[in-house]
Ligand binder design. Structure first.
Ligand SMILES: [Zn+2]
Length: 247
């Protein structure tokens, strides 16, 4: 669908990118992304996805807003405390960009609902806060062949990994022992800016994937105490379920 005059004006600064142009902007407008988790990562990710002009966004979170969320979950204000995150987030996103179609899911990702929630989306963002849920997302995305972008944060550190079923390593390649191998998530120390950095990297990967540009291959590791970020190359584990399925 061709862009109208208002869209040309709103998105003009990104349309200027040779990687995007009007054609790329139309691709973004025709794209759909399910954001799993509307917390520390999901808040900035949703803001940037909405501002970028993604056509359809899914907002998935079963939690309600609490005061202890407000240092990093920048979609919400004090008057949102007690409200369902998915609903409060949708209200804020509608205010920012009323052109976007929103699917509001006030529930947690589970083995039972993962496939039906993900079905039909071009891409998912892992903005979850625990590894059991991330493995559910990983496995559902592999079986539906939907790419997803993992994100995780702790203290001043964070990581992202772009998982394209059949082409890249998945979370089970990274943690062959499953949940047992995954990092301890009991440590809840975090500043909002770390989540902002990682969510921004996830949205940059989403932008690249949805507009047909090469994505990062491997685990991108960021530590706010050091300059820059590091990409740890990661090849698919030939014994992993992601490879067995693609054979
Ligand atoms: Zn794998």
């Amino acid at each position: 669908m061709a862009l109208n005059e208002l869209s040309r004006e709103i998105y003009q600064r990104q349309i200027l990118l040779p990687e995007l142009g009007e054609e790329g902007q139309e691709k973004l407008a025709a794209s759909s992304v399910l954001v799993c988790g509307c917390g520390g990562l999901g808040s900035p990710a949703l803001l940037y996805l909405a501002a970028m002009g993604i056509g359809r966004l899914g907002l998935l979170d079963g939690d309600v807003v609490s005061y202890s969320n407000l240092n990093r979950q920048v979609l919400y204000g004090r008057s949102d405390v007690g409200r369902r995150k998915a609903e409060a987030a949708a209200e804020r996103i509608r205010f920012l960009n009323p052109d976007i179609k929103l699917d509001v899911h006030g529930e947690y990702l589970t083995k039972d609902n993962a496939s039906s929630l993900l079905f039909g989306y071009d891409l998912a963002l892992d903005c979850l806060d625990n590894f059991p849920a991330r493995f559910i997302l990983n496995d559902a995305c592999l079986s539906l062949e939907i790419p997803f972008i993992h994100g995780g944060v702790n203290r001043l550190r964070g990581q992202t990994m772009t998982v394209i079923p059949g082409r890249t390593a998945c979370l089970r390649c990274l943690f062959p022992g499953g949940i047992e191998d995954a990092p301890d998530t009991d440590d809840k120390a975090i500043i909002g800016a770390t989540a902002g950095v990682i969510a921004s990297l996830q949205v940059t990967e989403a932008f690249k994937y949805l507009t047909g540009q090469p994505v990062n291959r491997g685990l991108l590791m960021y530590d706010g105490k050091e300059p820059g970020a590091r990409l740890l190359g990661l090849e698919p584990d030939p014994n992993c379920i992601c490879q067995v399925k693609s054979l």
